[in-house]
Design a protein. Structure first.
Length: 194
């Protein structure tokens, strides 16, 4: 697939078939992420690939966070119901890749740039998935930033999850989308006086 076709044609795909994804395809996607740019060549991304029952790590974290929130609010907690409902989120795709940023401790490295690099890795992975015929969606949200989630993946102090990539074969054809023309979002500065 030609690069610009991949960029224009990629879509967030949340409805995925319950079909396996080959290890070779997963490794292609990881390799694409690994070639993202990073300031000072820190390569601050880390990948956690969950397949099969390995997705239970994510399922249990989702459930534990929801139970923690319910208890904190004083609500009645039906643990089994919460575990079933929240845990199912991890099984919406045959492959889930958690992407974390591990910022360099070097004082010359700007922490926000480490996050930008990890986000570039995620975009590369999304484009690679699309290019090889897979669907993917970048999920995030409050549970991803919770200390229970960080513990589930063994993240150290200062490390954070930046994405949960759900990957698989799309159930439906990709929708056609339009964008606001780039000229409406661009300011050309061609001299000091604008």
């Amino acid at each position: 697939m030609e690069l610009f076709d991949a960029i224009r044609g990629r879509r967030s795909v949340g409805m995925l078939k319950d079909e396996p994804v080959s290890k070779e395809q997963i490794e292609q996607i990881l390799e694409a992420g690994n070639w993202a740019p990073s300031h000072h060549n820190t390569e601050p991304w880390r990948f956690f690939v969950m397949t099969g029952e390995g997705r239970s790590v994510l399922a249990n974290a989702y459930a534990d966070i929801a139970i923690d929130h319910a208890r904190a609010s004083g609500a009645a907690v039906e643990e089994a119901d919460i575990r079933t409902k929240q845990g199912a989120k991890a099984f919406r795709a045959p492959v889930v890749i958690a992407v974390a940023v591990s910022p360099s401790p070097d004082p010359q490295v700007c922490r926000v740039e480490e996050f930008a690099a990890a986000h570039c890795a995620v975009q590369n992975m999304l484009l690679a998935a699309h290019a090889i015929g897979l669907g993917a969606i970048w999920r995030s949200g409050e549970p991803m930033y919770h200390s229970i989630m960080r513990q589930a993946f063994g993240l150290k102090e200062g490390e954070e999850l930046v994405a949960l990539l759900y990957l698989g074969v799309p159930q439906l054809p990709l929708p056609v989308k339009k964008r606001i023309p780039v000229r409406e979002k661009t300011v050309w500065i061609e001299s000091a006086g604008r």
